[in-house]
Design a protein around this ligand. Structure first.
Ligand SMILES: [Zn+2]
Ligand SMILES: [Zn+2]
Length: 137
């Protein structure tokens, strides 16, 4: 990651304070850039109940986790999700729109297609965004 002054100064996601120098606020996954005093604040991991500093935690689907639990949780995530929509209950154009706007958090839409052996079921396939980005870079 490159921090240049042209990118401007980050603001703390917690208190809104601005950096005095670019690149000094650490990044907390799922939270954003935080100032050092908020970064040092203790938070409780919702999995192991251990107390860690905010900068050594991560937020995943609204839960605060210590980094080791965060790593374990993201491993557990399935790499692909398929959601089905029924054209009998809504028009295809609405399905296509929803498949895109209602992507599960952290996933990227790969494709929307007709379900196998079906004339009215659509399947939307999502891939975990981290994996999607890895493949694309
Ligand atoms: Zn702050
Ligand atoms: Zn933990």
């Amino acid at each position: 990651m490159q921090h240049t002054s042209s990118k401007g100064l980050a603001r703390c996601a917690i208190c809104g304070a601005a950096e005095t120098q670019p690149g000094t606020f650490p990044m907390v996954v799922g939270v954003g850039r935080v100032c050092l005093s908020d970064g040092m604040a203790p938070v409780k991991c919702e999995v192991c109940a251990g107390e860690v500093k905010l900068i050594t935690s991560a937020k995943l689907q609204g839960k605060t986790l210590c980094l080791s639990d965060y790593m374990r949780e993201i491993e557990k995530f399935r790499q692909h999700i398929v959601q089905t929509y029924d054209e009998d209950t809504e028009p295809a154009s609405s399905i296509l729109g929803r498949a895109y706007t209602e992507a599960p958090q952290g996933y990227t839409l790969l494709a929307v297609r007709r379900g196998r052996n079906s004339t009215h079921i659509w399947e939307a396939e999502y891939e975990k965004t981290e994996i999607f980005l890895m493949r694309c870079s």
